[in-house]
Design a protein around this ligand. Sequence first.
Ligand code: GLN
Length: 453
Amino acid sequence: FSSVELTRHFLQRINTLDSQYNSFITVTGEQALAQAEAADALRAAGNAGKLAGIPIAHKDIFCTEGVLTTCASKMLSNFVAPYDATVVSRFKQAGLVTLGKTNMDEFAMGSSNENSFYGAVKNPWALGAVPGGSSGGSAAAVAARLVPAATGTDTGGSIRQPAAFCGITGLKPTYGRVSRWGMIAYASSLDQGGPMARTAEDCALLLNEMAGFDPKDSTSLKKAVPDYTADLNQPLAGLRIGLPKEYFGEGLSSEMGDTIMTAVKEFEKLGATIHEISLPNTMLAIPAYYVIAPAEASSNLSRYDGVRFGHRCENPVNLEDLYKRSRGEGFGKEVQRRILVGTYALSEGYYDAYYRKAQRIRRLIQQDFLNAFNEVDLIMGPTTPSEAFDLGSNTDDPVQMYMEDIYTLAVNLAGLPGISVPAGLVNGRPVGLQILAGHFQESQLLNAAHQFQ
Ligand code: GLN
């Protein structure tokens, strides 16, 4: 079938089903059909790439030229980006068809997609459950088959955790693998874009297009991009898999533990060997992350001042009033909390006590992983402590919400790649197996994930 037919099929599903899930903020139907026609013409001329004509959706954190780019914030609810993010333009060049922009936690701050100016997203597996966050719209849209694949960003788990909760596959690449240009900044030393799709194979196809050096992002690395689909069936015999004892202790539900161990046994059947390892500083990842990420966010979000773009308050009496009211009205509660925490942590007199200490912990956590990867090839564990929680159940307790990120944050602090693959159901809700590898070992992750699927 043609790309136009495919695009119509998914647009129709979005039209009829998304009122239940709220996974899209913007649907770009007409533009999508025009792109699909162009892809069909290329294909007829024998000029089309592998992914030409395949529909995709972008998390609403990626700038899209001429299309609303809100970051799920009132602050940017009127912002039409004047250019495409590098990730978006690469997909366009490859001929993929953009169906629209997906819902998310405001400025990617959250673990449940309840912090969106456009309302919470519902988990397609259980409408009373959260889809995870912050890339909850992308995860729900893929899970509900409203789109075959979507982009996400992962600053502290935001690709892997929603992928786990929605029963799909999500890959967070190594820091520097994918350009951050045009991806609205949350915490720049942690942010990384990546693919969310049904399978590891689809993620490999998408990563082929996303990855690579970009002169516009000084933190993207000049390192050759392999064909990530080439190694999907490499033998796993002799592969050493490490299970960190800290990922299987207190806080992990017993059903979750059983499901993950059943998954790990599958790798044993394929010839891998299992080793207990230790990542001793795991418990410090939450406090370190929740100082570093807000500190960087407080600086990144200072650009939203009501002057240059975004929300501006009515009738300001002077400049200070303009700043205060524009920001007070434009940012939601969680974003304001992060800005306050970050500004406090960076302020004179507290910098040494919080920010510097958090950076030291970050180094210890990196070292934990480097030591572990001297002994094993891959690390496996649960993506989350439990299956998707109910909507509203953590909203009054930010610290409890932050605890949900216990297994995902350290990976970002260390800049490592990680993938979440569906591992089964717990209480009728999907859960994910998280697989981690050394820097730039995405091929290894995808190979293991693919054979498990
Ligand atoms: N839950 C984490 C936070 O709220 C991670 C978010 C993310 O990865 N963007 O900061």
